[in-house]
Every structure is written in C-alpha cells, then in structure tokens.
Design a protein around this ligand. Structure first.
Ligand SMILES: C[S@@+](CC[C@H](N)C(=O)[O-])C[C@H]1O[C@@H](n2cnc3c(N)ncnc32)[C@H](O)[C@@H]1O
Length: 295
C-alpha cells in the first residue's frame, strides 16, 4: 500500500468482516478466485491457520494484521499473484521460494514430474544422472531429487536470477549436496550424458504474450515465456541436443504447451528419439511428452 492510500481493512474489523471486504475488493479488480485468495492472504497476514479462522471468525483482526492485509490486498488487486506476494509456492510435496524475475512454477508442471517418475519407477534407488534445462525456480529438479534419493542433478538456466533461486531452493529442500547449477544456454556447456533430461522451456508464441493474464504478463519474465514465432523454437534447440547428452536407452521429457504435443513428437522423431509416453494435465491437455534414445 502506498503512503496515504485508504486501507482496505482496519484493525477493529472482525476476521470474517476482513475476509468479506478483501474478497469484494479483489473481485472488483477482476481477480478470478477472489474469496480463496482473500482467505490465503488473511491467514498469512494474521499468522493463523484455517482452523483458528473457522473457530474464531468474530475475533478482531488487530492493527498489525490489518496493515499487512491491506498491503497484500492492494498488491493482489494490482494483479500480483498470491505466490509472489507471499514469496512461496507449494509444488509437488515441497514449499519453494518464489522470486522476482523467475517463473512462478505451475501445478501443470507436476505432470512432467509424475511422468518422469513413472518411467523411472523400477530404478528409484539407482544413482541416476538428471539434467533440468531451464530450471527457473528449480521446481522440477527439486521434486525429482526428493523422490530419487540416490540421483544427482544438474540444473541449467540462462538467467542469473533463476540460477540463484534454483540454488536456494535446492538448499531449502536439502538437496544442494546432490546437485550443481550451471548458468548457460540450454545444453551448450554440457559435455556428458544423462539418464534423464527434462525441460519445461518457454513455449508461448511471441505474438500471444501481450494477451496473457496480467498475473503472467506483468510478473513472469519474458525469457521464461517467449517460445518464438511458432512457440517451438526452444524445443527445436533442446530436442536437437538430446542425441549428444542422453545415455543410450535414456529419456528426454519436455512439458508441452496446449496443442503442441504433435509438433513435439515430430521434433523427437527427427532427433532419433521415439516417443514412449505422454501425460495429460488436470485440464485434459497433453502436457508432458517423453521419448527414449535408442540403446
Ligand atoms: C517456462 S520456464 C520453466 C522454469 C521451471 N523449470 C519450471 O518449470 O517452473 C523456462 C526457463 O528457461 C530459461 N531459459 C530461457 N531461455 C534459455 C536458454 N537459452 N538457455 C537456458 N535457459 C533458458 C528461463 O530463464 C526459464 O527459467
């Protein structure tokens, strides 16, 4: 909240009253899940859990919580995502840090983690070598390392902010000793082969970026979104490198934008990898495509 702005709630109002006031304000600003977001922000500002809110809705919010909640609500009304306001995001089974200039990881990306783990199901306790190209917050590599206790991970990103956040999240999850972070362009700096190479590259067509929701357009970095004229430029580069960086019989997996899975199959075939599985996200889109390099 900027100095002099009228606070959205004051300390004398009840928790339930504050919830209503914030939900109304967010709804009038075009926030889709206004009540859900208002509740998340209220719980964080008041430092209470959901049970306490249900049991004591009439308790006064208090001055400190009201100031904090007003500031949070003003930011959310300006279409900043809740995860960025609270600087944290639940992904897989993990609580990850979120930071400016780095993509806020999405639930859809858990489809890629799920498919990777199902294809490695008989090998969970092997010392697998994993490579995450375009690691962003480190969401994918952190999730994989949390499920594959003997694996070693390498994370690559071109963005210094993303490399720093990947490193911070690896440390927060207790995996820093089993991972390295490399700043570089896709696989350019990679000189060895991996059992699994995974990537969620930028895949939005350049011309579509201006039409994205403000939460994405104003807060996720263009470097994490822009997939070039047809949205497939990064896939071409990443998939084109797999023959050099995947072990024979190893796997390459990518997240697919809606409607891109067929084009990705063609790119895998052109690089000498056969698609072995795809997986759909909760919305029914083919979201993850997995291919194997001939043994
Ligand atoms: C869609 S985001 C994915 C981030 C994270 N893996 C996730 O799933 O939440 C794509 C990532 O690729 C990175 N990136 C873009 N171009 C790159 C390049 N040429 N080389 C390496 N990383 C790149 C961006 O900085 C961004 O972190």
């Amino acid at each position: 909240m900027t100095g002099g702005a009228v606070p959205i709630v004051t300390g004398g109002v009840s928790r339930a009253g504050a919830l209503e006031a914030v939900a109304r304000r967010l709804s009038s600003s075009g926030v889709e899940e206004a009540r859900f977001d208002a509740r998340t922000l209220l719980l964080a500002a008041a430092g209470i859990g959901p049970t306490e809110l249900v049991l004591n809705p009439d308790a006064p919010l208090g001055e400190d919580a009201a100031r904090l909640l007003s500031a949070y609500a003003a930011r959310r009304a300006g279409r900043e995502p809740v995860s960025r306001i609270l600087a944290t995001r639940g992904f897989w089974t993990l609580d990850l840090q979120v930071a400016p200039l780095v993509l806020d990881p999405r639930a859809d990306t858990e489809t890629l983690v799920e498919l990777s783990l199902s294809l490695l199901s008989g090998r969970r306790h092997e010392p697998l070598r994993l490579l995450d190209l375009g690691s962003g917050s480190g969401a994918i590599i952190c999730a994989l390392l949390s499920e594959l206790p003997q694996a070693y991970g390498v994370a690559v990103d071109l963005s210094p902010a993303a490399c720093a956040l990947t490193q911070a999240n690896l440390a927060q999850c207790g995996h820093a000793h089993r991972a390295s972070v490399v700043r570089g362009r896709w696989a350019d700096a990679i000189g060895s082969r991996f059992d699994l190479v995974v990537s969620n590259p930028p895949y939005i067509k350049s011309e579509d970026i201006g039409g994205l929701d403000p939460e994405v357009r104003l807060h996720d970095p263009a470097l994490a979104l822009d997939g070039g004229a047809d949205g497939l430029e990064c896939y071409r580069e990443i998939i084109g490198s797999l023959g050099r960086i995947v072990v024979p019989g190893g796997l390459g997996l990518v997240e697919a934008g809606a409607g891109q899975a067929q084009s990705i199959r063609v790119l895998f075939a052109g690089a000498g990898l056969g698609v072995v599985a795809t997986a759909r996200d909760a919305g029914g889109h083919e979201r993850a495509v997995a291919a194997r390099l001939d043994a």
